[in-house]
Each structure stands twice: as structure tokens, then as C-alpha cells.
Design a protein around this ligand. Structure first.
Ligand SMILES: [Zn+2]
Ligand SMILES: [Zn+2]
Length: 168
């Protein structure tokens, strides 16, 4: 077995220490996550099959779980539905997840230090700031919303049309 020992290669050192090997296929998945930023399993799979058409999605699932276990990537729930993955080689960040368009903005965790300190003081609770996800509206969506809406008082709610409920 060829030992490609190179100093300064972070994840290889991690894996060797753990006694795992990063097979070419696993590396392909890791590279895809690093390249895509915040990607779902499907998105990672689509990226991987472009280079290796034979890799199926259940392999990608297993590999992602393994890489998460290795600490090379992190699973994050930006919505309550589908998890995405990001590489742990990027600086830690707080996810600002837009419910309007789905884009994710990476915020500096230092901005949340005062909040974290407050939570510790008031509740004795120390949040995992680098796993924090805040849902909200991005600048573009807020602009779009205020363009569409004449104002907070102009909301005409379209009530459900009264109609016969047919059951069959
Ligand atoms: Zn992230
Ligand atoms: Zn948005």
C-alpha cells in the first residue's frame, strides 16, 4: 500500500490517526461537499456522478455519514426537512437561512458571542454557535416583499371561497 505521507494535509492526518482510509470515492464526495458549500445529498450525488457515473446515491449517503463521523464535514438542518452538508475546513459560521429564496448566508460566529454570554448568564445554557441556524428573510426577499406589499395595513386576506364540500 502506497503511503502518501505529506505534512500539513489536515484530513489525511485525521484519518490516519483514526485508522481510516480515504478511498478515492470518499475523497470525491468530500471534494464535492467542499466545492458546493451547503449541499443536499442529492446535490452531492449529482456532482459526484459527473465524474464517476457508477456511484449511486446510497453510497453517497453512507459516505457522508462516515465523513461526518470523521469530523471532516458537518450535517446541518437549514430547514426542518432536508439536511445539508458543509466542509469543516471552512471557517465556522452561523447559518442565516432565507425562507423566501432558500439562500444561505454565512455569518461570523463572533457576532453571536454577546448573545451566547447572555444565555449562559440567564439560563446556564451554552449554545453551539457554529451549529446555529437562523431562519429569516434576506435583503433581496425583504425588498421584494415590501415592493409587493403596499404596507402593513393593506393586507387583504383572500378568504376561502365558500363552496360545497364534496365527499366521495
Ligand atoms: Zn455551513
Ligand atoms: Zn431570500
Amino acid at each position: 500500500m502506497a503511503d502518501t505521507s505529506g505534512p500539513g494535509t489536515g484530513w489525511q492526518a485525521v484519518l490516519r490517526a483514526e485508522g481510516y482510509r480515504l478511498t478515492p470515492q470518499r475523497e470525491l464526495v468530500l471534494r464535492a461537499v467542499e466545492r458546493l458549500g451547503h449541499a443536499t445529498v442529492e446535490e452531492v450525488h449529482q456532482d459526484v456522478v459527473r465524474q464517476h457515473a457508477s456511484v449511486n446515491i446510497s453510497t453517497v449517503y453512507r459516505t457522508l455519514a462516515l465523513l461526518d463521523e470523521f469530523g471532516l464535514i458537518r450535517q446541518v438542518y437549514l430547514t426542518d426537512r432536508t439536511p445539508v452538508y458543509h466542509s469543516t475546513s471552512v471557517p465556522s459560521h452561523v447559518h442565516l437561512s432565507c425562507t423566501g429564496c432558500g439562500q444561505v448566508i454565512d455569518a461570523d460566529p463572533d457576532d453571536f458571542t454577546p448573545l451566547a454570554a447572555t444565555l449562559v448568564r440567564k439560563h446556564g445554557f451554552a449554545p453551539h454557535v457554529d451549529r446555529l441556524v437562523l431562519s429569516g428573510l434576506c435583503a433581496d426577499c425583504r425588498r421584494r416583499e415590501s415592493d409587493a406589499d403596499p404596507g402593513p395595513t393593506g393586507g387583504q386576506e383572500r378568504s376561502a371561497r365558500p363552496g360545497p364540500t364534496v365527499e366521495g
